[in-house]
Design a protein around this ligand. Structure first.
Ligand SMILES: NC(=O)C1=CN([C@@H]2O[C@H](COP(=O)(O)OP(=O)(O)OC[C@H]3O[C@@H](n4cnc5c(N)ncnc54)[C@H](O)[C@@H]3O)[C@@H](O)[C@H]2O)C=CC1
Ligand SMILES: O=CC(=O)O
Length: 329
């Protein structure tokens, strides 16, 4: 039996990314790019693993922690870690790492792109040209809503929220934000304005959610929230699907309570191709691609590998979620 640690990676990663891990560990990997690892294989592999490199679609719960008798670290290829039971991981003495910072600008770019897409009806316009339905130029043909000088309301003014605010200011938008804690330094540096959650949704032309998914944020966008929004306003979600009651959003869109939605994330991913959201002209749906640039995904994969290496070598990782547990060791 090998004396090297064993690392299991739950999705195919490029060889050059994992080369360094192979110099000090045995590395196993689910070889399919498009399909998640089946649960029974993940459990089997976890039994021998010192480290797991996981995707945000892998549910990491007590069954995994119990199987992972040697497990020391889980490195999640995402900044969000709502797929992992952190409290239990800590109880089991397992470090959980994630990928903050490296994806901030890329995700903010995508959030702002979604805002442009819904406001200016870009996806609809592309479809229309491709399907040969473009008949003539006329005064209100495909007229959307302006972006400049409108009000954006950012819910969750963290790293990505701040990066989004900078993009919005570049478009001469008025920037409101709501956050768990008011950020006076950011207000001063950027010239953005704090609002309570109800005031933010009432005043904004574009409401963008960028909170983590937690027990507090789960289902925070309800029919009452959509009812408070302007009928001309758009809702954009780049956080997690479950921050929204999707039925309520659907109703708000159907009943014209809001003008449209831009969604990168859904409660169930991939979304069912028959889902009513996908039949609505005023909904732009993306396949959870917030951080999906080659540069950023490469940086995220490298960060996961580096965190694993540092923990397996008993050194301080770069980005750990349950830091208290690691420091206590
Ligand atoms: N669609 C995608 O591909 C991506 C989605 N994300 C999502 O975006 C989230 C945010 O990422 P970062 O900005 O890097 O995290 P962050 O931790 O820097 O920022 C999150 C902010 O949300 C605030 N917040 C937490 N609970 C809140 C509540 N109940 N009400 C108001 N504000 C609250 C926090 O105080 C913090 O300022 C991630 O947790 C992830 O779920 C992140 C990257 C890509
Ligand atoms: O959704 C992506 C993430 O990094 O979190």
């Amino acid at each position: 039996m090998s004396s090297k640690p064993y690392i299991y990676i739950t999705r195919k990663l490029p060889e050059e990314i994992i080369n360094n891990l192979c110099t000090f560990a045995d590395v196993g990997m689910w070889e399919k790019e498009e399909e998640p690892v089946p649960r029974e294989i993940l459990l089997q592999e976890t039994k021998k693993a010192d480290a797991l490199l996981t995707m945000l679609s892998d549910r990491i719960d007590e069954e995994i922690f119990q199987a992972g008798e040697k497990l020391k670290v889980i490195a999640n290829l995402a900044v969000g870690y709502d797929n992992i039971d952190i409290e239990l991981a800590t109880k089991y003495g397992i470090a959980v790492c994630h990928t903050p910072d490296v994806l901030t600008d890329t995700t903010a770019d995508l959030a702002f792109s979604l805002l442009l897409m819904v406001g200016r009806r870009l996806a609809e316009s592309v479809e229309l040209v491709k399907s040969g339905e473009w008949k003539s130029w006329s005064p209100l043909f495909m007229a959307g809503t302006d972006i400049h000088h409108k009000t954006i309301g950012i819910v969750g003014m963290g790293k990505i929220g701040e990066a989004l605010a900078k993009r919005a200011l570049g478009f001469d938008m008025n920037v409101l934000y709501h956050n768990r804690h008011r950020k006076m330094d950011v207000e001063k540096a950027l010239g953005v304005h704090y609002r309570s959650f109800p005031d933010l949704v009432t005043e904004s032309d574009y409401v963008v959610c960028l909170t983590p998914l937690t027990e507090e944020t789960r289902g925070m966008f309800t029919k009452d929230v959509f009812r408070k929004m302007k009928k001309t306003a758009f809702f954009i979600n780049v956080a997690r699907g479950a921050v929204v009651i999707e039925e309520d959003l659907l109703l708000a869109l159907r009943e014209g309570e809001i003008a449209g939605a831009g969604l990168d994330v859904f409660e169930k991913e991939p979304i069912d191709p028959q889902h009513p959201f996908l039949k609505m002209k005023n909904v732009v749906a993306l396949p959870h691609i917030g951080s999906a640039s080659i540069e950023t995904r490469t940086a995220m994969m490298k960060l996961c590998c580096r965190n694993i290496e540092l923990i397996l070598k008993n050194e301080k990782p770069i980005s750990i979620v349950n830091e208290a547990m690691f420091l206590a060791k």
